[in-house]
Design a protein around this ligand. Structure first.
Ligand SMILES: Nc1ncnc2c1ncn2[C@@H]1O[C@H](COP(=O)(O)OP(=O)(O)O)[C@@H](O)[C@H]1O
Ligand SMILES: [Mg+2]
Length: 401
């Protein structure tokens, strides 16, 4: 049961597609950043995309988180080809819907493009600028490309090319006088610093674009959820104020809230839900980070050492393979370590979405929430070891000797 955010979506869609003078900068691109699992993808799929489509836009959506090992450029090209293909097919669902919301006549029998779909994204193939321009000219409407978890396009030459190709498309199309539609780019990301980097001048392709915080779910969502769970909770129903505070303390993550409310069900009948919910929320918040941290631990002591180094240097680390780094790992885990081993471990952590490549040879922690939790744990470890009573090791794997 998804809580719909229709009004918010309609407002955003209108700002994007029918911008007032003050909102025209959105045509340079809109980036939404928000932590993992706060509902970004859900909002895009259930609210924003339908709202954009209702205003006549053609939306191409791709989630780069879905396949962290894949080349992000390939994923985007594939999504574009899929949409174009659907538009070529007479009677396709997409064409029908487009006909309903626009005055489309010409394209009803299926779009015709002056290039082969297979050439989209090829080095010597059609440019994205040209592909989108043909599309907009035939459809006589706006095209919105949404790249979910766009920060995964950072850190590789292919990703860089892609971002520059998208900027070229934006500039070529949106500056045409009397263009029948605009090309809009929306990116979301779970890592604010990295998302912002994409819009910094001179640094990345999307300078001039707008970065906003993803609006997390709020009181209306809490009211909705409490109304849903009222029959099961009965006397254990907490107040909206306490629930909202608990929700916030868990990073505004719907799944965590549902877990916390579920715990209330197992309390003795004389318990007071408003007294227990904050504590439940606190321990669940810690447990959520634990799941991720345990993934690192399960990969062994070297993974812990590499992950710790990447966390503690903060931000983007280049020196994960230097001889100094290898020595530090060796000292920590109590045996020699080769660069090849480190490469292997980093590959594993990248596949598990714990790490991501930021630039060539640079790695960062994918989720800032996990990074913070790991740092907290490292500090607790150090405190314990420094304490006179001697340390109770909190990390399960051995720290070497
Ligand atoms: N509006 C909503 N109503 C109910 N549940 C939601 C809502 N938005 C998100 N969720 C739940 O929260 C979880 C995380 O959502 P997701 O969209 O994947 O977050 P993100 O893309 O930010 O990582 C999912 O299990 C999803 O079902
Ligand atoms: Mg998502």
């Amino acid at each position: 049961m998804t809580f719909r955010r229709t009004a918010l979506a309609e407002q955003m869609a209108t700002q994007l597609l029918r911008p007032s003078f003050l909102d025209t900068s959105l045509r340079s691109g809109l980036f939404l950043s928000g932590q993992r699992r706060v509902g970004k993808t859900t909002f895009l799929a259930t609210d924003l995309i339908p709202a954009l489509e209702a205003l006549g836009a053609i939306v191409v959506y791709v989630d780069l988180w879905s396949q962290p090992q894949a080349n992000p450029a390939d994923l985007v090209h594939e999504a574009i080809r899929k949409t174009l293909k659907e538009l070529q097919m007479p009677g396709s669902g997409l064409l029908k819907r487009l006909k309903q919301v626009t005055n489309l006549e010409a394209g009803a029998a299926g779009f015709k493009f002056g290039f082969k779909l297979a050439d989209v994204g090829k080095d010597d193939g059609v440019s994205l600028a040209q592909a989108f321009q043909e599309l907009i000219d035939q459809a006589q409407t706006d095209v919105v490309l949404i790249v979910d978890e766009v920060q995964h396009a950072l850190g590789s030459a292919d990703g860089d090319h892609l971002l520059h190709a998208l900027k070229a498309a934006r500039d070529a199309i949106n500056t045409r006088p009397g263009t029948p539609g605009h090309f809009l780019f929306i990116g979301t990301g779970s890592h604010r610093a990295r998302v912002q980097e994409l819009t910094l001048k001179g640094n990345q392709a999307f300078n001039g674009a707008v970065t906003n915080e993803f609006p997390v779910l709020g009181r209306d969502f809490i009211d909705y959820v409490l109304a849903q769970v009222r029959p099961q909770l009965g006397a254990m129903l907490p107040s909206a104020e306490v629930t909202e505070a608990a929700f916030r303390s868990m990073g505004s993550r719907p799944e965590e809230l549902m877990k916390a409310l579920n715990v209330l069900r197992s309390l003795p009948p004389d318990a007071l839900p408003d007294e227990h919910l904050p504590t439940i929320a606190q321990s669940l918040g810690a447990a959520a980070a634990d799941v991720e941290l345990q993934k690192v631990e399960a990969m062994g002591p070297l993974a812990e050492a590499v992950f710790s180094r990447i966390c503690s240097i903060g931000g983007d680390v280049k020196g994960v393979f230097t001889s100094e780094a290898l020595k530090a790992y060796a000292a920590q885990i109590g045996r020699e370590v080769t660069a090849q081993e480190v490469q292997g471990i980093i590959g594993m952590m990248t596949s598990a979405n714990l790490l991501m490549r930021v630039k060539h040879g640079h790695y960062g922690v994918t989720d800032p929430f996990v990074e913070k939790a790991w740092m907290g744990r490292l500090q607790a470890d150090q405190l314990l070891r420094a304490s006179p009573a001697g340390g109770v090791p909190r990390l399960k794997a051995s720290k070497g000797s």
